[in-house]
Design a binder for this molecule. Structure first.
Ligand code: NAI
Length: 440
């Protein structure tokens, strides 16, 4: 269902009326399109403290490769990158304020503010305190900056390992990711031959691909060059065939809860196996716990969590995922924050986050495979169109960007996690929620 309020505030009379009434003013976000695949304009590069990322092959070189014009001063930057990895005490923390205070007002609409921080694993409690302080700073700035601008904190030690992440965040692909703290390890990364086709020659399987977010994920991975295997229930076979056909992929009509689902997936894969596994299929059966019969509990846990565990195990133990592979599961902000009427759904989605945290280090150590999750907030799909009007309208507006996300926002985030150069991003649960007030 279209967001009529967002369309209305995009017109001159709509803007006038809603301003006069003091109503929210969401900004139409700049998203990726083939005609406008990247931002154009200036990137303002600032720093606080003495950065360990400086150096000939350091952060400046990576930023220069994003295609934006990197400047130390800018009247109207489309993005600001503040390197705060050198913030170690209260005085250097004050440099964060001093650097951003004069420029926040000048950032372009639908632009980006990215703060770079150091990992929190220091024994120096002064440094730990001021590095943790950056989280409160970033989340607060995300809530107040407005005009469709997103604010993100990246914790890193190696700018090259963060290149795919910086390119994602400094592009229209990350329009609905805000208020997030993302950690990047110092993995060895190899740049793809073509940054526009990073998944060329790779195979991706997407569950629940017949519609909604899964369809968008399959389309986005195919855009990035992947051969896609689209999986959905036999009841959705017609839609599934149509999606797979349009993307030049293959359709696999299969209920993911079938006990032999893992074996049937393995049989359907090309002989060289899979590079990207996206667990997207999901269902809801909402009721308050007091009214929730086992018939509403079990299927939700089975589709959203048990089948994710089973198919992951089946593929890993049979070597179905190649070295350097990527697993991206779908959590939800309901799983992180809790939601009345969704004890079953939130349990299943919190379980996904637990799976990611535990499996990520071992999968990386044993198979070179990363395991991450996306946690969508309010996304405009058939699932949310079925939500009663008042709750739907609240879901849309209760986030820093004042609007719901689109399936493509989750898909772009998935594609970044699936990127061959994203090997340093592991064990993360990244919310795609416009910085929802739920569980913020
Ligand atoms: P949707 O209901 O539009 O699509 C889900 C797809 O999964 C459907 O095509 C369905 O047939 C398929 N599916 C369901 N059970 C299956 C099974 N047993 N085997 C194979 N396929 C199965 O849902 P939507 O909105 O696209 O959601 C996709 C994922 O994102 C789900 O995991 C959902 O929980 C999650 N999510 C969605 C949010 C939203 O706002 N739409 C918010 C947070 C999370």
């Amino acid at each position: 269902m279209a967001d009529r309020y967002l369309s209305f505030t995009g017109t001159a009379p709509g803007r006038f009326l809603t301003r006069r009434l003091g109503l929210p003013q969401p900004t139409a976000l700049h998203r990726w399109s083939a005609e406008h695949p990247s931002f154009t304009g200036e990137l303002l590069h600032l720093s606080a403290g003495k950065s360990p990322l400086d150096g000939p092959d350091g952060l400046a070189a990576v930023l220069a490769r994003t295609g934006l014009a990197v400047r130390a001063r800018s009247e109207r930057p489309v993005a600001v990158v503040l390197d705060a990895t050198g913030v170690t005490d209260i005085d250097t923390l004050a440099e964060v304020h001093a650097a951003l205070h004069p420029v926040v007002r000048s950032v372009a609409r639908s632009g980006r503010v990215i703060v770079l921080g150091a990992p929190l694993d220091t024994a120096d409690h002064h440094q730990a305190a001021v590095q943790q302080a950056l989280e409160g700073f970033v989340r607060s700035l995300g809530k107040e900056i407005g005009r469709g601008i997103t604010v993100t904190l990246l914790r890193l030690t190696d700018a090259n390992a963060a290149e795919s992440t910086l390119r994602f965040l400094l592009s229209p692909k990350s329009a609905y990711v805000s208020g997030q703290v993302i950690g990047i390890g110092g993995a060895e990364v190899t740049a793809p031959a073509d940054w526009a086709l990073p998944l060329a020659g790779r195979t991706a399987l997407v569950t629940g691909a017949a519609r909604g977010i899964g369809e968008a994920v399959a389309a986005t991975l195919a855009r990035d060059g992947a051969r896609v295997v689209c999986l959905d229930v036999p009841g959705a076979a017609v839609e599934l065939e149509s999606v797979a056909g349009r993307l030049g992929g293959t359709a696999l009509a299969l209920d993911i809860t079938a006990p032999d689902a893992g074996a049937r997936i393995l049989a359907a894969l090309p002989s060289d196996g899979l590079d990207v596994l996206v667990h997207n299929a999901g269902i809801t059966r909402d009721r308050r716990l007091v009214n929730m019969a086992a018939e509403r509990w079990s299927p939700v846990l089975d589709v959203n969590l048990a089948s994710v565990l089973r198919t992951t195990d089946a593929l890993l133990s049979a070597g179905g995922l190649r070295t350097g592979g990527r697993i991206v599961a779908t959590a939800s902000i309901a799983g992180l924050a809790g939601n009345a009427g969704q004890t079953n759904y939130a349990a299943s989605k919190a379980g996904v986050a637990g799976l990611v945290r535990a499996l990520a280090p071992t999968a990386a150590a044993e198979h070179g495979i990363t395991v991450n999750a996306v946690a969508p907030g309010f996304i405009e799909t058939k699932m949310t169109a079925a939500v009663p009007l008042f709750i739907r309208e609240a879901g849309r507006r209760m986030n820093s960007l004042g609007q719901g996300g689109l399936p493509v926002d989750v898909a772009e985030t998935t594609a970044w996690l699936a990127h061959p150069a994203s090997g340093g991003v592991n064990g993360q649960v990244v919310r795609v929620c416009g910085q929802s007030l739920l569980g913020a």
